[in-house]
Design a protein around this ligand. Structure first.
Ligand SMILES: Cc1cc2nc3c(=O)[nH]c(=O)nc-3n(C[C@H](O)[C@H](O)[C@H](O)COP(=O)(O)O)c2cc1C
Ligand code: SF4
Ligand code: SF4
Length: 251
């Protein structure tokens, strides 16, 4: 068991998904392989055996996981390999994120043993509170237990919900930079879809940009942001008449 591979795969522009991943994955023994989809541009194939473990964390973007990640996720191949999956989302709902992630991974040869939806978003100012932290710990314990009993003959199939409360609207806001921009290029190199011009980093190609917010978080001059009234409206939408959500675990 000591040569077991624990493969962490995540996309985390604002850091919440990664924070949760660190909490969960460190509780599983094995050689930790870290695949940060924001930093890995090449799609190198990763093959995992039935004795390994895959842990995938995604944010909910418009009720789905970012489509930009589909191709990257397809480079992971399992062989009846157990997989633990989770989504981090705001108060807007996670829609079909978990369901679609499970379908994709099963096509790649993984067996999803546990899933969770954690409410934690910087957008709504709700970072994990005590209850959410407890849920993350509980999820880790349950996943460990099921993983220990997992074998090739494991037949349990997870039924995952479609969170109907997820937003009915798409967010079309794109970040730009203000006068504080020093043209350092940090945002250009982090952008996963090459939407920022090397020559004029203040500009964003709105057709390429997926609004992931990575560039905002890495900008050392704090020049990048959503300087658009649409963003304020969207933020209000998330924080106003939404039902307060609770983190959920499925197993
Ligand atoms: C483009 C975009 C779309 C989003 N869509 C949703 C959504 O549909 N539902 C929701 O509850 N939160 C939504 N959020 C909030 C993120 O899911 C949430 O902030 C998540 O924790 C981000 O993970 P990260 O901190 O690892 O980047 C969205 C955020 C962005 C930037
Ligand atoms: S990271 Fe900030 S300061 Fe640097 S080029 Fe981008 S917007 Fe300008
Ligand atoms: S320009 Fe758009 S896609 Fe690129 S890092 Fe910024 S928010 Fe993400």
């Amino acid at each position: 068991m000591s040569s077991r591979m624990v493969c962490r795969v995540y996309f985390s522009p604002q850091g919440t998904v990664k924070k949760i991943m660190d909490m969960i994955a460190k509780q599983f023994h094995g050689i930790q392989l870290i695949c940060d989809l924001l930093k890995t541009s090449k799609n190198e194939e990763v093959e995992l055996s039935k004795d390994d473990l895959l842990i995938v964390g995604m944010p909910a973007f418009d009720g789905k996981f970012p489509s930009f990640c589909i191709q990257q996720l397809q480079s992971f191949r399992g062989s009846s390999t157990p997989a633990v999956i989770y989504v981090a989302y705001g108060e807007g709902g996670y829609g079909t994120t978990l369901k679609e992630l499970k379908t994709l991974l099963e096509k790649q040869g993984f067996h999803v043993i546990t899933a969770a939806a954690f409410v934690c978003s910087q957008m709504t100012q709700r970072s994990s509170d005590e209850e959410d932290l407890k849920k993350i710990k509980e999820f880790t314990e349950i996943s460990k237990l099921i993983d220990q009993h997992f074998s090739e003959n494991y037949t349990e199939t997870l039924e995952l919900p479609d969170d109907k409360s997820s937003p009915k609207r798409k967010f079309s806001f794109r970040p730009t930079a203000n006068d504080a921009c020093t043209s350092c290029g940090t945002c250009v190199s982090i952008c996963p879809v090459q939407a920022i011009s090397q020559k004029h980093p203040q500009k964003t190609n709105r057709w390429k940009c997926i609004s992931c917010t990575s560039c905002i978080h890495v900008c050392p001059a704090h020049a990048r942001g959503f300087y658009d009234r649409k963003y304020e409206r969207a933020r209000k939408y998330f924080t106003s008449d939404q039902i307060v959500k609770k983190s959920e675990i499925f197993y």
